[in-house]
Design a protein around this ligand. Structure first.
Ligand code: HEM
Length: 462
């Protein structure tokens, strides 16, 4: 059956295709400043002004933007899959690590094979029986980094919680002493090699070189630990490292030795900023809305009154926390657009897209739209429960991307965010600097609350 999105691409048969309008920008910089301020809002404003397809310039590059619900739906269709590829955007990262490929940069059969290798390691099955351990890890970091009476830096502190959890869940290794290096490496790689918003010579910065060598060391350590312990590995505790290392031994063409470090440290790159930024937005919005705070605390108190917890508890018994996480992902969307290259000439909603054009597929534009989310600027955690279920309209909600590259860590991220927020608000009484405090945001390397955002730890609740 033809979908709205597949109709969108067939339209060229009916009428001649139009050239997408070029969004006005500054000489040389093009639209770089607008993009640097708030790319999600900028894509939304361009969509309102120019429609669902337009072009913009960022320094010397021209991008075609496909925006809105139709664009989000298009990514999940066969036409979308055949018309878009990811390679170019990730090639700089692959080359930087001397690797041959990475999951995010592959398409077609190789991508499917790599996803199959990593699927278990990123799944909720890999967390089975380990929820209390996750709580323990979270408690330790809270006790260390959130002292009573102090103003604490939220994004940075959340990055430490997230990294410790990811290390334990995905790799069995706590990368605590490498967190700063992982953060620096991500910052440079995303800014310079992936989104290309910073010049290439910055890769020569000794701070980056040192951080990258440390991340490499972390990867080597993970390989050495795997080799040393593989004979008496507990099958119930299989993790991503086991899956990647075994696939390397089985099929070295798919995962050659040169790709191991990137594959093994990849989860930190994929999970650190995304989760830490989202939960930092959550913390701000919850503290800004006293009624939401009360409901979040009620969820958390009921969950931990049980003592030991499991997956079903976390997934089913935190309705207010879940609503607030979904709303944080809508309001503080991390991936406002997915970057692709056109594999062929095609028409989209009557506009011409040409082979090899660089594309932004601005899937998050509907997050800002009144048509999908009435009063879109209000933080409303009841949007997602039935009967409202505003996110279920086709193309309305895409925090984890769309199509073949949809976030592989989604389930894990959901558990991680729900558990961390439940535990933080169970343990601590937090407040904003002042009730009229307004959140500052940052854009690089990924959109989210500013690193300067701090909250006061007023006291201990439990
Ligand atoms: C709030 C949390 C998260 C958000 C908003 C998020 C968002 C995304 C998005 C938008 C993509 C698609 C990128 C594209 O199409 O180009 C993606 C891919 C991916 N994410 Fe996440 N992510 C989150 C957390 C995580 C976590 C915790 C992990 C793992 C530890 C993870 C692992 C991955 C992987 C491996 C991919 C690549 C999938 C592929 O290329 O097939 N993500 N994520």
């Amino acid at each position: 059956m033809a979908t709205a999105a597949s109709e969108a691409i067939k339209e060229p048969c009916k009428a001649p295709l139009k050239e997408p309008p070029l969004v006005k920008g500054l000489p040389f910089l093009g639209n770089a400043l607008d993009m640097a301020k708030d790319p999600g809002r900028f894509f939304y404003e361009c969509y309102r002004k120019h429609g669902p397809v337009f072009k913009l310039k960022v320094m010397s590059n021209t991008y075609t933007v496909l925006a809105g619900a139709e664009a989000a739906n298009f990514m999940g269709t066969r036409e979308g899959r055949d018309s878009l590829r990811s390679k170019e955007f990730w090639q700089g990262l692959v080359d930087e690590w001397g690797a041959s490929r990475t999951l995010t940069g592959e398409d077609g059969e190789t991508h499917q094979k790599l996803r199959a290798v990593m699927k278990h390691g990123y799944s909720k099955e890999s967390l089975k029986g380990r929820y209390d351990e996750l709580v323990e890890i979270t408690d330790k970091v809270i006790a260390r980094d959130w002292p009573v009476g102090q103003m604490v830096p939220v994004v940075q502190n959340m990055q430490y919680i997230v990294t410790e959890q990811l290390g334990a869940m995905l790799t069995g290794t706590s990368p605590r002493e490498y967190v700063a290096d992982i953060r620096t490496t991500i910052l440079y790689i995303l800014n310079i090699l992936v989104t290309r918003q910073r010049p290439k010579f910055m890769l020569k910065d000794p701070r980056y070189k040192y951080a990258k060598s440390r991340v490499s060391e972390l990867g080597q350590r993970m390989i050495a630990q795997y080799e040393a312990g593989k004979a008496d590995r507990d099958p119930a505790r299989r993790n991503l490292v086991d899956d990647v290392m075994e696939a390397h031994a089985r099929d070295p063409d798919l995962i050659p030795r040169s790709d191991l470090i990137l594959s093994l440290t990849g989860p930190f790159v994929a999970g650190l900023d995304t989760v830490a930024n989202t939960v930092s937005g959550f913390i701000y919005a919850v503290l800004k809305n006293p009624d939401v705070l009360r409901r979040v605390q009620a969820d958390a108190d009921a969950l931990f009154a049980k003592g030991s917890i499991d997956e079903a508890n976390v997934r089913n018994e935190l309705p207010n926390i879940d609503g607030a996480i979904m709303e944080a992902m809508r309001v503080y969307t991390i991936a406002v657009a997915q970057m692709r290259t056109a594999t062929r000439d095609f028409g989209f909603l009557g506009y011409q897209v040409r082979e090899n054009e660089l594309l932004y597929v601005a899937t998050a534009v509907p997050h800002y739209m009144e048509e999908f989310y009435p009063n879109p600027d209000t933080f409303d955690i009841d949007r997602y429960a039935k009967p409202r279920a505003e996110h279920l309209k086709p193309g309305a909600y895409s925090p984890y991307g769309r199509g073949t590259h949809t976030c592989l860590g989604k389930t894990l991220a959901e558990v991680q965010m729900a558990l961390s927020m439940a535990r933080l608000f169970y343990k601590l009484d937090l407040e904003l600097e002042s009730p009229d405090y307004m959140l500052e945001t940052k854009v690089l390397p990924t959109p989210g609350p500013s690193m300067k955002f701090k909250v006061r730890v007023k006291g201990i609740r439990h």
